[in-house]
Design a protein around this ligand. Sequence first.
Ligand code: ZN
Ligand code: FE
Length: 260
Amino acid sequence: MPLIIHTIPAFQDNYLWLFHLSGERAAFVVDPGDALPVLKCLEQHDLELAGILITHHHPDHTGGIKALLTQYDVPVYGPDSANIPQITQQLGEGDNITLAGTNFSVLEIPGHTLDHIAYHAAPNGGNPLVFCGDTLFSAGCGRLFEGSPQQMYQSLQKLAALPDATQIYCAHEYTLSNLAFATAVEPDSQALKEKIVADTQKREQGLPTIPTTLGIERETNPFLRCHLPPVAQAATQHGARQLQSPIEVLQEIRLWKDNF
Ligand code: ZN
Ligand code: FE
């Protein structure tokens, strides 16, 4: 049975993800910042909410939990975080949960927030996938609100260790603006030019650019390429200082992006 994943746009540019096994009504929502679009999606596809998964504490990922729980008495999976009192099943690195017939393993990926986790699965007969919240975006990464550049670097490396075919289900549609920045870092990249054409077309048709794949991100996402000479050179030039490590490169391009 394939895993079906519905894309639920919310707010300005958030994506909430609702997944279930084909032919089964039990559905699980990832990061319900808003309840209403989730309830609509459940109704539209004749599904029943069976659980809630949370990646980190920000309101655009958690704001709908309360309203969903008034209609569905379901477990709430998420990090061990004082900021998310509704969580009933606290998860940490290496924990496994089986939802919709699919085994998910938990990765701790601090940086954007300290409590940030991701859910990784390799479903039978399907591509591996990861729900990674606001840590890895298509062509970008989350802002460093709580963690250090070193923590973000290690978290991104952890995600980058997944197979190339891994489908990246991140929580925001930031792709085109991220690609503009990535092009400032690597102006000569053919892979970036191709991705801009493909993703611009999708946006013009009102389609999401997400999920992306790890293989594509490895080729185009500057935050996964801090160890490579073109990215290191661009960062050095922009910061006008010698950078000693890929972590310092990440720190520099994150700062650059914050003001881009
Ligand atoms: Zn966030
Ligand atoms: Fe967010």
